[in-house]
Structure formats: C-alpha cells, structure tokens
Design a protein around this ligand. Structure first.
Ligand SMILES: Nc1nc2c(c(=O)[nH]1)N[C@H]1C(S)=C(S)[C@@H](COP(=O)(O)O)O[C@H]1N2
Ligand SMILES: [Mo]
Length: 199
C-alpha cells in the first residue's frame, strides 16, 4: 500500500524537513577552500583564545586531546547550496574551552592557519552549538577538510566552520571576516537564507 511516488509528497519533503531553503542534498563531501591547504604539524599546532583585554589562553595538541570530547552528529549547509545530513564528528565543545576564560565580549573573530578568518556572535559558539573538531566519521580530519582541527558550527552556513583553526579573538565590536568582507552575510543562518549582505 505504501507506494508513494516521488511526486506525491513533493520535492519540499526532500531531506525530511532537514533541508534549508535553496539547498540540495549531497552524499559527497565537497572541498571548498579559498586558498592552498596549509600543512599544520600537530607538534607545533596551537589553539589560542585571546580576550578583548588581551589575555591569551593556549592549548597544545596534547592538551586539546586531553579535554572531554563530544561526538556530535549534525547537518552541514554550504552557501554554494549543498547540504550534507548526519555527519559525525569528534571535538571539544567551545563551552569547555571558554569555561575559564573571563570575557564580556559579544563577538568572536575566528582565525585559521593560512590566514582565513570568519566572524560570529560569541553566543553562537556557546551552549553546545560549536566544537573544535578533530575527527570526522571516526577518522582524523583530512588536511583538505581542515585537519588537524577545524571549527564546527553547523547551525550557520559552513563558511563559518573555519578549517585549520588556529584561534579565536573575543571582541567588543563585530569585525567581519574573509567572506563577510567580500559581501557574504554577517550572520549566515541557512534557515533564513542569509547568503549575502542584504539577505
Ligand atoms: N580556513 C578555511 N576555512 C574554511 C574555508 C576556507 O577557505 N578556509 N572555506 C569555508 C567554506 S566556504 C566551506 S563551505 C567549508 C568547506 O569545508 P569542506 O572543504 O570540509 O567541505 O569550509 C569553510 N571553512
Ligand atoms: Mo561554503
């Protein structure tokens, strides 16, 4: 009896309500990088949080791996319109990393090895919404996809998930990052289709 043709429920049901407007599903994992892939040796890898008052908090690779991790399964949405559902990562929640950081800042500017930057409100990094991820589907994250570690902030368009993450500056003012300076939306909510500055 359950012979429901593709057209019956309509294309709007593709992804079972998990597909933001204007997106299509892919099973591939496309690589989108604005420049060459930096090779970052975990021996010299460091992650730094710098507060608005200039205080720096640093973690080595070994220190990152010693922190409690989570294994979020999340949907990711690229502004070039592909979405990938149910990706599983391992990473340290930003809640853990920012726990002992004293700050009253409202904004964060994330920066990467290689020079990429992206901005977001600090609250979008908190309350279980963001991770410093270092494994993907049970394996190390490949260099092309941001290994050894990348930011994962899946509720925003994937350009906010900085690959080869190196640090986060906490700021009183919002400073646009690489794509945001180039005309992409400052916030980038895929459910509100905030692709470009005026969306
Ligand atoms: N450092 C850095 N991070 C980046 C990018 C980049 O060019 N450099 N591209 C962003 C964009 S536009 C997307 S869609 C995702 C792509 O991640 P992927 O290559 O693992 O699919 O990374 C984001 N993070
Ligand atoms: Mo993207």
């Amino acid at each position: 009896m359950a012979i429901i043709s593709r057209g019956f429920r309509g294309r709007a049901r593709e992804g079972g309500g998990k597909l933001p407007p204007g997106q299509y599903l892919t099973d591939d994992f496309p690589v989108l990088s604005a420049g060459p892939t930096p090779r970052v040796d975990t021996d010299r890898w460091e992650f730094t949080v710098e507060t608005e008052s200039g205080q720096a908090h640093r973690w080595s690779w070994a220190e990152l791996l010693a922190l409690p991790y989570e294994t979020p399964t999340v949907d990711i949405h690229c502004v070039t319109k592909w979405s990938k559902l149910g990706t599983t990562w391992r990473g340290v929640s930003l809640d853990v990393l920012l726990e002992d950081v004293e700050s009253a800042a409202d904004y964060a500017l994330v920066h990467s090895y290689g020079g990429y930057t992206t901005n977001l409100p600090l609250e979008d990094l908190l309350d279980g919404k963001a991770w410093i991820a270092y494994r993907y589907e049970g394996e190390e994250i490949t260099p092309a996809h941001g290994g050894p570690a990348r930011l994962l902030v899946p509720h925003l368009y994937f350009w906010k998930s900085a690959k080869w993450v190196r640090g986060i500056r906490l700021l009183d003012e919002d400073w646009p990052g690489f794509w945001e300076t180039a005309g992409y939306h400052d916030y980038g909510d895929p459910w509100r289709e905030q692709r470009y500055q005026d969306d």
